[in-house]
Design a protein around this ligand. Structure first.
Ligand SMILES: [Zn+2]
Length: 379
């Protein structure tokens, strides 16, 4: 017998309130009380709680061809939506595609206001924001009235957050982060989710979508898996499969241990590759955010006349990409920096050369002669 487990899975998604009518919301209240039981023992969910439509039964059958009940149950906690401000006009697409330019100014005070939730739950979540302060030069300030940058709602729509300084452009009457956490949620789970969402607040995006990620997705399995929470193929592409462009991102080598990485089930990949549950800030999370909030920077400018392509370079463990004419202030180490440049003379990225920039100077990347040979020079 196939045990219906869709009710809980649907309930815990952003789409739920759009899908179900008011009478279904009454069901939500009844089911919430059983959440812990269902999480730990999925088959215990009984069919009388929910009348599945024929389409939903078909989808459930399809899911069980790919995934174990435990894997299906995991979905409720392993997804997080990143939100983009609603914008229109030129620049909206560019702004929506990556994290470059969305970090707060080093030393920024970010005001956090909780819209609901018990004092104990608020404190557990806020402690996770404060944990990031150990590595990033920012200060989270808890406010209970007045203006705020981050507004947290403990709601029923999954976990999501806006990214970095995008939070500041959200209407002051709207939440900027939703956490589907309660006083009954385990401390480990609260911490995992809150560390992840505050990573978004600081400007981080999902690690599985960074330009160097190479997860061997089984795309049909991925579409099927996320269809259970009513994500369309387009939404799955946006939230899971598509990679951020290099020019919109600043990123390290792929870090499977990052708090910003979803767990990846072997059932979702073509060769058994998997990633477990990350519940702590990784070493790279700490070093990356430390550098991105450092004031020890050099400015690098794309000044290669006649070279119309982007230029990627790597310094202090972080990759950056410049569009023609663009300049970027990037973090460097106090000593012994190596800056490597990549170029695309024939359409393929190739390593060009390495240089030793020093803090206190600014640089430009220029083209030497009539070839595509790129060189770092002092401004
Ligand atoms: Zn996320």
């Amino acid at each position: 017998m196939i045990t219906p487990r869709f009710p809980v899975l649907f309930l815990l998604t952003a789409s739920y309130l759009l899908i179900f009518s008011a009478c279904d919301k009454a069901f939500f209240a009844a089911d919430s009380a059983e959440e812990a039981v269902v999480t730990e023992d999925c088959p215990s969910l009984t069919s009388h709680l929910f009348e599945m439509s024929a389409a939903q039964k078909d989808r459930n059958t399809l899911l069980l061809q790919y995934f174990t009940p435990a894997e299906i149950a995991d979905l409720k906690t392993n997804t997080c939506l990143t939100k983009e401000p609603v914008e229109s006009g030129e620049g909206a697409t560019e702004r929506a595609s990556g994290l470059k330019g969305r970090f707060w100014t080093p030393g920024a005070v970010i005001r956090v206001r909780f819209l609901n939730g018990s004092a104990a739950l608020q404190q557990k979540v806020f402690a996770c924001a404060e944990e990031w302060e150990n590595y990033a030069d920012v200060h989270f300030s808890k406010v209970t009235s007045g203006n705020s940058d981050v507004r947290i709602l403990f709601g029923e729509e999954g976990h999501w957050s806006y990214i970095g300084t995008d939070n500041s452009s959200i209407d002051a009457c709207e939440e900027t982060m939703n956490l589907e956490l309660t006083d009954q949620t385990s401390g480990t789970e609260v911490r995992r989710v809150a560390l992840h969402e505050f990573g978004h607040v600081l400007g981080m995006r999902h690690e599985h979508q960074q330009p160097l990620a190479s997860i061997p997705w089984n795309t049909s399995a991925v579409y099927t898996y996320y269809a259970q929470q009513d994500w369309t193929r387009t939404e799955v592409d946006q939230q899971v499969l598509n990679k951020n462009t290099a020019e919109s991102s600043q990123y390290t080598n792929f870090d499977a241990a990052s708090i910003m990485e979803y767990p990846v089930s072997a059932s979702l990949t073509t060769n058994g590759y998997s990633i477990g549950w990350n519940t702590q800030l990784s070493a790279t999370d700490k070093s990356f955010i430390g550098l991105m909030y450092s004031t020890r920077r050099v400015r690098v400018r794309h000044a290669a006349a006649g070279y119309g392509s982007n230029i990627s370079f790597y310094v202090a463990g972080i990759y950056h990409t410049l569009k023609p004419g663009e300049s970027l202030s990037v973090p460097v180490l106090s000593t012994a920096n190596t800056l490597a440049i990549w170029e695309q003379p024939t359409g393929t990225w190739v390593w060009d050369d390495a240089y030793s920039p020093v803090y206190g100077k600014n640089y430009k990347i220029v083209r030497v002669g009539s070839t595509n040979d790129l060189t770092l020079a002092v401004e």
